[in-house]
Design a protein around this ligand. Structure first.
Ligand code: HEC
Length: 126
């Protein structure tokens, strides 16, 4: 079966367009090894209550774009400090409209490396 030249040219163009489209798509953010460790801590310990997609409540609030709002939650507390405090002392600041059902024993349950890694991972959520 033979195709007319114009059809072939069209098909080539479509292919070119398609491939340039995918090349322009925003690449998935790549995580460092330490951030990946934090992600696995999150999946193991936090994902049963926190979604990472917007507007999705499991038991706790979605942590989508957490790093963007964390710095303005408590006056004088920067984003990383707020996230760490939220994990260690969840009752210190309650997210409006939520009750204090977050576990309070992460300070004992997580090693200091796991804690730092999960904070570092959450800081990538902008
Ligand atoms: C049993 C459910 C539960 C688990 C498990 C849990 N959380 Fe929470 N978390 C909550 C609830 C409910 C809130 C909202 C009330 C509050 O502020 O404590 C919350 C609030 C937060 C906030 C504040 C969010 C904001 O928008 O200010 C952060 C950060 C957070 N959690 C991180 C974590 C991390 C990290 C883990 C795992 C190490 C975790 N949580 C595990 C239920 C949970």
């Amino acid at each position: 079966m033979t195709y007319p030249r114009s059809f072939l040219r069209c098909a080539m163009l479509a292919l070119l367009l398609l491939s340039s489209c995918s090349a322009n798509a925003t690449p998935a953010p790549t995580l460092t090894t330490f951030e990946q460790l934090g992600q696995s801590v999150f999946n193991l310990r936090c994902a049963q209550c926190h979604a990472l997609v917007p507007d999705t409540v499991i038991i706790g609030p979605s942590l989508s774009e957490l790093a963007t709002r964390a710095g303005s939650r408590v006056p004088g507390m920067d984003a990383a400090k707020y996230i760490e405090t939220s994990i260690l002392f969840p009752k210190d600041f309650l997210v409006p409209e939520y009750t204090d059902t977050m576990p309070t024993n992460f300070g004992k349950e997580l090693t200091s490396e796991e804690l730092e890694a999960v904070v570092t991972f959450l800081m990538t959520l902008k």
